[in-house]
Design a binder for this molecule. Structure first.
Ligand code: FEO
Length: 396
């Protein structure tokens, strides 16, 4: 595998993981993912920025030999999670003179997680610089996108920023620089939904900071790199997704055991669409969680459709509500529609799960068995309430 040239002094030495079908055992991938690693060559020193997912360590180290990299002075660890730090011990072993250069939080993590010896770590602070001989690396702490240990590294002379997970995507590639497409946008959005959306305000802050820096190249740790028109592409996507305002979209995840909840969901969908509101109806049992995550990025309202199981909400609906609560989308309103057989509490657990979003709850509708005339009237009220909420935000 030949390393690919990014700039005069930067080489890409990452690996495509075409076979990976799920990330964090949570979000299905359409197009695999990549683990990006970079080599920066100064006149005197050579640095590696982030390393490799442990599964690929052997292939990664072999590629250094194949590309004639016979010494490494510094291993810059922008983040301690093992898809980037996992090959640090092997790299230290291969290059006995190398030191890991990183912040105190990453240092603590790699000592605990990878047993990296303290005397092989050089701890830096915010805005500290490292001279490679004619090339200077500047370290910018960026806690919260997405771990407390995250930092960015700027190659000053070439105006290249290495942002680790921030601005990354699940998208394998042949050409290292991003070519904007719907497929890539979905890979970036799915990645944003799982990894960055829980930290939306910090993502917004660092997007603005990177725009202000006016960099020439962005090198994340997953997915392609960005330059020229790609810079505007990635930054404007992040500006859109991190904005406080959602889209004129209702996300309607539902689980229906005997068809009653589905009938209610269909009715609500039809009513909302008739009022000019976009609806993404999501079958909780058969749907792709990636589609749900993508819709969560933009939805202004979430309506959960829930069947009762054993006096409580269906566990699959609870799972989706919990995930929504964890990912903290920008949705401002939420409601629940549901059906039960003999009794129980349908809504409390769902409301508890989505509480981190702090939504305004629009009056839920619960029916026994199949929805009847009075129930449809209540659903009409719900649809109208959501319409008024969206109208008040200027969305319709
Ligand atoms: Fe791609 Fe937080 O690791």
């Amino acid at each position: 595998m030949s390393f690919k040239k990014i700039t005069d002094s930067v080489l890409y030495c990452g690996i495509n993981d075409f076979d990976r079908v799920i990330f964090d055992e949570l979000i299905p991938l359409d197009n695999g993912t990549t683990y990006n690693s970079y080599i920066v060559k100064g006149n005197d020193k050579i640095a590696v920025i982030d390393t490799m997912y442990p599964k690929f360590t052997e292939q990664y180290l072999k590629s250094f030999d194949e590309n004639g990299i016979n010494r490494v002075d510094y291993i810059i660890a922008n983040h301690g999670e093992q898809d980037h730090s996992g090959s640090i011990p092997a790299l230290l072993n291969k290059y006995p003179m190398a030191k890991v250069v990183t912040n105190g939080n990453v240092a603590g993590n790699i000592k605990e997680m990878l047993l990296v010896p303290e005397d092989r770590i050089q701890v830096i602070s915010n805005n500290e610089e490292l001279d490679l001989g004619g090339k200077t690396l500047k370290f910018i702490l960026a806690p919260g996108v997405h771990w407390p240990d995250t930092m960015f590294t700027l190659l000053k002379e070439e105006n290249v920023i290495f942002t680790c997970d921030f601005l990354g995507s699940h998208h394998t590639f042949d050409e290292v620089f991003a070519v904007p497409s719907d497929k890539l946008t979905r890979g970036i959005k799915k990645y944003y939904a799982e990894i960055m959306m829980p930290f939306r305000m910090l993502s917004k802050k660092y997007t603005a900071q990177i725009r202000e820096m006016n960099v020439d190249v962005i090198c994340p740790s997953h997915g392609p790199m960005y330059k020229d028109e790609g810079l505007e592409y990635i930054l404007s996507l992040y500006e859109d997704w991190t904005a406080d305002e959602g889209k004129n979209l209702v996300l309607l995840p539902y689980v229906s055991m005997y068809g009653s909840v589905e009938e209610m969901a269909d009715y609500v969908e039809k009513g909302l669409k008739a009022k000019g509101i976009e609806v993404f109806k999501y079958d909780v049992i058969r749907g792709n969680l990636g589609d749900l995550a993508v819709a969560l990025v933009d939805a202004t309202t979430i309506v959960m459709g829930v069947s009762m199981v054993l006096a409580g909400p269906h566990p699959a609906a609870v799972n989706v509500a919990y995930l929504a609560g964890v990912l903290k989308p920008k949705a401002k309103f939420a409601s629940i529609i549901g059906s039960y057989g003999w009794g129980g509490k349908l809504f409390d657990k769902i409301v508890e799960c989505i509480a981190p979003i702090k939504p305004e709850i629009v009056e839920p509708v619960q029916v026994k068995g199949k929805p009847k005339k009075d129930d449809f009237a209540k659903l009409d009220v719900l649809v109208n309430s959501i319409y008024e909420k969206h109208k008040s935000l200027g969305l319709v």
